[in-house]
Design a protein around this ligand. Structure first.
Ligand code: AMP
Ligand code: MG
Length: 344
């Protein structure tokens, strides 16, 4: 199969890209689309055969459920139950964060096929903020299932070229909507009734942070990260890492943990490029990539994370060393990805 890239750099091209993408969705095919988080691999969420093609293209195991993206906020009631006890909070979250990078896990309605949820009684739903994605969904007129457009276990793509590198020959079309504005997968939460106030349980940290969520309830972080894609024990030697580059990547807690081996070359992934953090002058790095130069902003570091790891991965070095990141705000999501990408 030949994989085409459709550009959206002007109105004429965008119209054409939207038409092609909608046509593919309507004929039960998959198409890679830009969202504000990472690129997604989309298929008609109500058509099990179409969704099967998403699993096949990604090489994703079937127990790992997909996120369902909605054309309109109100569509949530068509695909999910919103239980009375949490209705008010769910509506507040939707009104505040949709369209945007917040995914809600809710009891599912029978219209959602088993293959989408891995047989779970719940479905994960969100509405994307990306203008091209939004237009394609509105024209298509129904929900699409769209996980990240990477091969299972590998780096999430934040550009059309990054999708092409992994998906060439596996899907018919990639709609190029530019670099992803948030650059990290959506925050996934579920709402539980609490004693004094509702509980918002974060199942996967992402661009929407604790500070933003805590206006609506008590925020807790799931003890066992429920990101199934990344918690499943793998057969030895297979997919030992997730969100992983091809080169070994090691997240360090402090500069003292770095002991270079003779003859090996290293690249540094730095948070803010500050000598006072102890890493920059530690070694004669083959390359240094700084995610948020200056005083450091974790949200900015998050936006550039996958893109920069991808660049480091293309260098001729033996290992990528990552500085630690602050365990707050978007930093939580960055640490989550780096821990999973890190060699064990
Ligand atoms: P992505 O690859 O970004 O589409 O994310 C899919 C992830 O969403 C899965 O790996 C799960 O972690 C999460 N997810 C999807 N559906 C559910 C669900 N019903 N319950 C809990 N987590 C879910
Ligand atoms: Mg993914």
């Amino acid at each position: 199969m030949e994989t085409e890239i459709a550009t959206t750099d002007n109105e004429v091209n965008t119209n054409e890209a939207v038409r092609s993408a909608v046509g593919l969705l309507q004929s039960g095919d998959v198409v890679a689309l830009p969202t504000e988080t990472v690129y997604g691999l989309a298929a008609d969420a109500l058509d099990p055969d179409a969704v099967e093609k998403v699993f096949a293209a990604k090489g994703r195991p079937h127990f790992d459920p997909l996120i369902v993206h909605l054309p309109h906020k109100d569509n949530v009631y068509e695909v999910a139950e919103v239980p009375k006890e949490i209705h008010k909070t769910v509506v507040q979250l939707i009104e505040t964060f949709w369209p945007g990078p917040l995914t809600l896990v809710l009891p599912r309605k029978p219209v959602i096929p088993d293959i989408v949820t891995g047989g779970l009684a719940t479905v994960a739903v969100r509405q994307s903020h990306h203008p091209v994605f939004h237009r394609i969904l509105r024209n298509f007129g129904g929900p699409v299932a769209a996980p990240s457009a990477n091969l299972f276990g590998q780096l999430s793509p934040t550009s059309a070229q990054a999708v092409m590198d992994q998906m060439e020959g596996r899907i018919p079309l990639i709609v190029d909507g530019g670099a992803c504005a948030r650059g990290l997968e959506s925050t996934i939460v579920r709402v539980l009734p609490g004693e004094k106030k509702p509980v918002i349980e974060v199942l996967r940290p992402g661009p929407i942070t604790e500070i933003e969520l805590k206006k609506f309830g008590k925020v807790v972080f799931a003890e066992r990260n429920e990101d199934v894609e990344n918690s499943v024990p793998e057969a030895p030697g297979m997919l030992a890492n997730h969100y992983a580059p091809q080169k070994p990547l090691r997240l360090l807690e402090c500069p003292e943990d770095f002991v270079p081996e003779d003859g090996k070359t290293y690249a540094l992934l730095s948070y803010r490029g500050q000598p006072k953090d102890g890493f920059i002058d530690l070694h004669d790095w083959a390359e240094v990539v700084v995610l948020s130069p200056g005083s450091g902003r974790v949200a900015e570091a998050g936006i550039r994370l996958f893109h920069m790891i991808r660049q480091l991965d293309q260098l001729d070095v033996d290992e990528i060393i990552s500085e630690p990141f602050p365990d707050r705000g978007v930093g939580k999501a960055i640490l989550d990805k780096l821990r999973k990408a890190s060699v064990k």
